[in-house]
Design a protein around this ligand. Structure first.
Ligand code: NAD
Ligand code: UGA
Length: 457
């Protein structure tokens, strides 16, 4: 039996520890956080994050071998293995502001581990960190006069929100990086043994610490790069009457390219892609690799352009003015099946439309509460409406910004009847039946495809 502790009960800490605890009933897993409200929610019937399949697991093992607590110091003392899954946002001040990772939470956690430890431990980097962070952590943790030794292991997380549970249950790979010393190799084996409870050994990949740290940043950079690449092509499609979905299908058939992550969209959101690429950009600049930095930075610039380009297309279609017009935004979560709105492109679209003095109504099945917090500075100008039919009533336009399946099942004839004419529909996720919408009377603007309108040129 091992005492496993996870510091940070967020989108990663909560679900990953729930899955570990489920598969390792002989281990005791405790998740702690400084945020008391969050811990109270983990202990309640209303978990702090919405993630399909999560409740079922948490409710079945909570207080058996999975515990949530705010007593970090006590649990550090008891732990054999400590996963650290605290947030690593972009630095907003001083050197590297706007790009580098802000590691203050990580460093505070390392110092707290040291202060409260009376025995040797394995400390696992679960958060996404700049390459060579473990070196600094080793200095902090192992420069002690208690005679304690800490092994640092990198075990980055690859789950995506909305599919966190299946991603964890059936991972493409579990990555574990460690030192090439006997103690480092033993630490790798200890962490690998946890995952071996349910992950086939071929999918547990071990390597050196720095490769592991850098692989996480690289994976996110490559994924985001594919989205920016298809979005760049989608812009060209809109000018040439080519169809971005068809182009994606055609290139995805090539095994070397593959079909995944080629959905043109209003841009990628989420708490990590932008922050992790900017972190990579900063690292390249730090090591004097200006051209390499510029190459990756362009992925983020393209994403910013994509959001602006979507809004420009809306304004231009609606006779160059949206002032005073009610516009219903369908979806504010950064993707479907999550309540998370961090870096959601829908927020940028909302703000840009408000700048143009539109009346913005946001509808979302799970993310309205988070959106209210994100938009609190403009809350008096935004209407939050859970019912999409009510949101679209007397609206000039609908913009689909999150690919919730709920939006595919709506009765668009009823919606159209209640809208101001001509009625516009901008499908920023290409999830609707555009031909049918056009036949219903909508002027339809799919993303990266020719518009279908009732206007004669
Ligand atoms: P999050 O903000 O949801 O959770 C982090 C938690 O850490 C917060 O609840 C915060 O209160 C807590 N915390 C901060 N300092 C603490 C301290 N000293 N002691 C105790 N708790 C503390 O963040 P997240 O989305 O779970 O991401 C965590 C890390 O995992 C980040 O580095 C992120 O890049 C990475 N990651 C995230 C995802 C994802 O899908 N969200 C996926 C893979 C990797
Ligand atoms: C992403 C990665 O997929 C995870 O592997 C990684 O662990 C995680 O970041 C992280 O490090 O935080 P996540 O951001 O939760 O996961 O969700 P994704 O499915 O990657 O979607 C990110 C954004 O890209 C969303 O806004 C989504 O709508 C958009 N997207 C995705 C597209 O616009 N087109 C696509 O083809 C795919």
């Amino acid at each position: 039996m091992a005492n496993i502790l996870c510091i940070g009960a967020g989108y990663v800490g909560g679900p990953t520890m729930a899955v570990i605890a489920r598969h390792c009933p002989e281990h005791r897993v405790v998740v702690v956080d400084i945020n008391e409200e969050r811990i109270a929610a983990w202990q309640s019937d209303q978990l702090p994050i919405y993630e399909p399949g999560l409740e079922e697991i948490v409710f079945s093992i909570r207080d058996k071998n999975l515990f949530f607590s705010t007593e970090t110091n006590r649990h550090i003392a008891e732990a054999d293995i400590i996963f650290v899954s605290v947030n690593t946002p972009t630095k907003t001040f001083g050197q590297g502001a706007g790009k580098a990772a802000d590691l203050q939470y990580w460093e505070k956690t390392a110092r707290q581990i040291l202060e409260n430890s009376t025995s040797a431990k394995i400390v696992v980097e679960k958060s996404t960190l700049p390459v060579r962070t473990a070196e600094a952590m080793e200095y902090i943790l192992n420069s002690n006069d208690k005679g304690l030794f800490f092994d640092i292991v990198s075990n980055p997380e690859f789950l995506a929100e909305g599919t966190a549970i299946p991603d964890m249950e059936n991972p493409d790979r579990v990555l574990i990086g460690g030192r090439e010393t006997p103690s480092g190799q033993q630490a790798i084996r200890t962490i690998a043994d946890i995952y071996a409870h349910w992950v086939p050994s071929a999918n547990i990949v071990t390597m050196n610490l720095w490769s592991s740290e850098l692989s996480k940043l690289t994976a996110n950079a490559f994924l985001a790069q594919r989205i920016s690449s298809i979005n760049a092509i989608a812009n060209l499609c809109e000018k040439t009457e080519a169809d971005a979905t068809e182009v994606a299908h055609a290139i995805g058939k090539d095994k070397r390219i593959g079909p995944h992550f080629l959905r043109a969209s209003i841009g990628f959101g989420g708490s990590c892609f932008k922050k992790d690429i900017l972190n990579l950009v900063y690292l390249c600049e730090y090591y004097g690799l200006e051209q390499v930095a510029g190459y990756w930075e362009q992925v983020v610039k393209m994403n910013e352009y994509q959001k602006a380009s979507f809004v420009s297309r809306m304004i231009s279609a609606m006779f160059n003015s949206v002032a005073g017009k009610r516009i219903a935004l369908f979806g504010v979560a950064f993707k479907a099946d999550t309540s998370d709105t961090r870096e959601s492109p829908a927020l940028d679209v909302c703000r840009a439309l408000l700048e143009e003095q539109a009346i913005v109504v946001i509808s979302d099945p799970h993310a309205l509460e988070n959106a209210r917090l994100d938009l609190k500075d403009v809350a008096d100008k935004v209407i939050f409406e859970p019912d999409p039919y009510a949101a679209a009533k007397e609206a000039h336009a609908i913009a689909v910004l999150t690919e919730w399946s709920l939006f595919k099942e709506l009765d668009y004839k009823t919606i159209h009847d209640a809208m101001i004419k001509p009625a516009f529909l901008f499908d920023g996720r290409n999830i609707l039946d555009h031909k049918k919408l056009y036949e219903t009377g909508f002027n339809v603007y799919p993303l990266g495809k020719p518009a279908q309108t009732h206007f004669t040129r």
